[in-house]
Design a protein around this ligand. Structure first.
Ligand code: FES
Length: 267
């Protein structure tokens, strides 16, 4: 099955899950378990299922790509099948360092999913923030997520959107081509003293994006990034997400660049 599938999350009775009652920060992580011992315990980031700046106040989750064991299993679920939810775990992006400042959101590939919540939070509370720049790169146009809605917000005059794909495999791409760091050349009016950056993408991207942000003299403690690691238990037990002496599932996954400077192994 492909395309958008809505999985009805009928939650275990005792949990009586209501998203609106959980204390979730932007990009909070919840754990979905499907009734299949081979995939139970896989960690998924909390996703908004529509143009929402916060987790949906309903019990549905949209899954639009079959990319792993858990999503494979979710795609096989029918309405009213049971999945389990636990969490939230870890931290999220901090909003305080963004208020009344310019914001650069840099997303690569699937990293756009957690950043999309921040993007819409800022757009929905536009008067609390200054300039907003959204840089997003995907491998090709087919992997450019949320294409329709991101092209719609591009028309707004209160955000600068810069999009790129590594390669135009379709012949229909109208935006930039090349890696996401090339988009920094088009950012002209950045004042580093009033700017906060948030970054999420594949590990290989961080080194180059951070280098660009530092070149622009954005303070190290004003660069927030998620350090994605393969997570299993989500509660500091299995060691899958260990990074130096910390567990990204418990202590992260969001860190400032400043926080990570003493990590021996980073990205
Ligand atoms: S996911 Fe198991 S320790 Fe972090």
């Amino acid at each position: 099955m492909s395309g958008l599938v809505t999985v009805v999350v009928s939650v275990w009775k005792e949990m009586l899950f209501e998203a609106s009652k959980l204390t979730l920060t932007l990009t909070s992580r919840i754990v979905l378990s499907v009734i299949d011992p081979t995939v139970a315990g896989t960690v998924l980031p909390a996703k908004s299922s529509s143009r929402s700046s916060s987790i949906e106040k309903s019990s549905t989750a949209n899954v639009d790509d079959e990319t792993g064991k858990l999503t494979d299993a979710l795609f096989k679920k029918k309405d009213n099948d049971i999945v389990y939810v636990r969490g939230p775990y870890g931290n999220g992006f901090k909003l305080e360092p963004m208020v009344e400042r310019d914001i650069i959101i840099v997303a690569g590939g699937l990293g756009v999913i957690p950043l999309r919540s921040i993007l819409y939070y800022v757009l929905d509370n536009r008067d609390q923030f200054d300039e907003l720049y959204f840089l997003y790169g995907a491998r090709n146009p087919d992997e450019f997520l949320f294409r329709n809605e991101f092209f719609q917000i591009k028309d707004r005059d209160d955000i600068d959107c810069l999009y790129t794909v590594d390669k135009d495999t379709t012949g229909t791409w109208s935006e930039n081509t090349g890696v996401v760091t090339k988009l920094f050349e088009q950012l002209q009016r950045i004042d580093p003293q009033t700017t906060t950056a948030v970054v999420c993408g594949p590990p290989v991207m961080y080194k180059f994006v951070i280098r660009e942000l530092l070149k622009m003299k954005i303070p190290k403690n004003m660069i927030q990034m998620t350090l994605e690691r393969r997570m299993k238990c989500g509660v500091g037990k299995c060691g899958h997400c260990a990074l130096d002496h910390i567990y990204t599932c418990m202590d992260g996954p969001v860190f400032t660049y400043w926080d990570t400077l003493h990590f021996r192994e980073l990205i």
